[in-house]
Design a protein around this ligand. Structure first.
Ligand code: SF4
Length: 425
């Protein structure tokens, strides 16, 4: 992180609710200020532990990994957010506070031929030199086509490695995820950073609120293609979307492994993460990587060590089994962590998860109508509203709200519904 970011953090006023938080621009929430960083690659295991210590020291200790694999630190004050920025500046963490670049979580994993972390580093340097003034939520995704798919992540610029080509190349699209973004063509890995900066420059030229999906909707991809010039080849096909499981064992090229564990509902206490990082380190792990689906990957480790580490993570309360019912419930921060929350979404989620079996149900618990944790409709949603909590089922009916935040009856009712549907399936 640059000194510029640190200085910005010193001067920054908290961002209003609803804006996109950064390290230099914290966002006001119900439990103080929140900052977010998007690491573009591996974090040394000691640096990761130090990051968690800083979250404990300067915040309230609550840390989150988002569905996109970003890290959030909660419970800061204006002063402590500045101290946190100073601490993070001194750690070797690959990220850019102005342009979030999400990369595949396991560079060098079996079957991958490009290094998205290296493209991201080159891109960060180039973008810093160009001083592009971009809309706050502009983002880039670089997917190496390996075991951790980023296909479902929407981004302004989306790059996905192609398999079966003689030289490493990436499919390029703009304004969406792999299925919804507008395809532009194919770029070589060597030109990927330059091309991405050129495409970002198109957005910067459109003003400080310009987003790729709006440009495409308004005028198509012409301006992007013009900016790309000779760097793009025509693509005959759009890569098929992949879904992957982040939890569990992942094999790396050198016969070692990484293990993925998820934070329950995306949140954990810094002390538990510090404990996990120290156990991982004692077992030989050298790095931690943040991944989509609220997952932390630790490696490189041997297969037997992964088993021991998984047991330790389970004891600390992390999700180590993809079939864990907590994986089937998307719950936002809710009250009291979020000032807009009408119900304690994660507390409610934990109570329901204890009562339901493993299965294929999908439940969304949202502290308010914004629906941060699950942007698409879910088969069953518990919604916090001013008068209490209600639920929306597949008929899209809002059942009458309870008069309090939520009741034992609601927990039992929803759990019963999930169990009944699981038995019918
Ligand atoms: S959905 Fe949840 S996290 Fe998002 S604003 Fe509402 S209460 Fe807050």
């Amino acid at each position: 992180m640059s000194r510029e970011v640190h200085n910005a953090a010193r001067a920054a006023a908290p961002r209003p609710l609803g804006a996109c938080p950064r390290l230099s621009e914290p966002m006001e929430t119900g439990d103080g200020l929140l900052v977010r960083i998007v690491p573009s690659g591996r974090i040394g295991i000691d640096a990761f532990a130090s990051l968690c210590v800083a979250a404990r020291t300067h915040g309230n200790g609550l840390m989150e990994i988002t569905g996109r694999g970003s890290l959030q630190i909660r419970g800061l004050t204006e002063i402590s957010a500045q101290h946190l920025a100073t601490t993070i500046e001194a750690l070797d963490i690959p990220f850019n506070d102005r342009i979030p670049v999400a990369v595949s979580a396991l560079p060098g994993a079996t079957g991958t031929r490009i290094r998205p972390d290296e493209i991201a580093a080159e891109l960060r340097d180039m973008a810093d030199r160009r001083r592009l003034d971009l809309a706050p939520k502009v983002s880039v995704v670089i997917d190496d086509g390996g075991p951790i798919s980023l296909d479902a992540l929407a981004a302004d610029i989306h790059l996905r490695a192609l398999s079966g080509t003689t030289s490493p190349r990436l499919h390029v699209s703009v304004g969406g995820d792999i299925e919804t973004a507008a395809p532009l063509g194919i770029v070589s890995a060597a030109d990927a950073a330059q091309l991405t900066v050129d495409l970002l420059a198109v957005l910067a030229a459109g003003g400080t609120q310009a987003r790729a999906r709006d440009v495409v909707a308004r005028e198509g991809v012409g301006r992007f293609l013009k900016a790309a010039g000779d760097l793009l080849e025509t693509a005959s096909d759009i890569p098929a979307a992949r879904t992957t499981e982040t939890i569990g064992l992942h094999r790396l090229d050198d016969d070692s492994c990484a293990i993925g564990v998820a934070l329950p509902f995306g949140q954990a206490h810094a002390l538990d993460l510090i404990a996990l990082a120290r156990i991982a380190r004692a077992n030989g792990a050298e790095w931690a990587v943040l991944a989509p689906q609220r997952t932390l990957l630790l490696g490189p480790i041997g297969e037997m060590t992964a088993f021991a580490l998984g047991t330790a993570a389970d004891t600390l309360g992390f999700v180590v089994d993809a079939r864990d019912p907590r994986r089937r419930i998307a719950a936002c921060a809710g009250a009291p962590l979020c000032a807009s929350g009408h119900i304690p979404a994660r507390e409610l989620a934990a109570r329901i998860a204890e009562r339901v079996p493993q299965g294929k149900f999908s439940l969304h618990i949202s502290g308010c109508s914004k629906g941060c944790a699950h942007p698409r409709p879910a088969p069953l949603t518990i919604l916090g509203i001013e008068q209490g909590a209600g639920f929306i089922d597949s008929d899209a009916i809002l059942h009458l709200p309870r008069s309090e935040a939520y009741s034992d009856d609601l927990v039992e009712e929803v759990a019963r519904k999930i169990v009944a549907e699981s038995e019918d399936a």
